[in-house]
Write a protein that binds this ligand. Sequence first.
Ligand SMILES: Nc1ncnc2c1ncn2[C@@H]1O[C@H](COP(=O)(O)OP(=O)(O)OP(=O)(O)O)[C@@H](O)[C@H]1O
Ligand SMILES: [Mg+2]
Length: 128
Amino acid sequence: MAVVKEQDVVPFRNRVREYAVKIKMGLVNQTKLITAASELVRNMLRYANGGKIRIEIVTKGRDNGIRLTFADTGPGISNIDLAMKDGYSTGKSLGLGLPGAKRLVNEFNIQTETGKGTTVTIIKWSNG
Ligand SMILES: Nc1ncnc2c1ncn2[C@@H]1O[C@H](COP(=O)(O)OP(=O)(O)OP(=O)(O)O)[C@@H](O)[C@H]1O
Ligand SMILES: [Mg+2]
């Protein structure tokens, strides 16, 4: 789904919650996933004027999970190691979004190219 303005955030969060409920993810993990997703969607809106998010159910053995892919065509991140550190922000903010999101999920992958954009993929396992 496309997320290009603040008003797209609530419907996106609701969709994520629907998927989480569908795979019977517990409330604590649901909250972690949605908190991480909120940080990533905020970044997307703030630094890249929005982008596209894919929501998928994934399976590993007998566990189900949710994979979210945030893809934007914004400016990219020039120093990803720095951006993943607590307290690093170019937006005069807390700089906890990316490292915080990483801690809340089971798998976190970020690919970025300066001038081309950023894609962040996260997975939260239902029992993870
Ligand atoms: N999608 C993106 N496109 C371009 N730059 C990004 C993107 N997401 C993050 N960044 C860069 O990475 C930095 C760190 O992001 P992070 O979310 O950790 O902190 P923040 O957004 O600055 O502060 P906070 O999330 O705590 O309010 C940002 O300041 C910004 O420079
Ligand atoms: Mg942020």
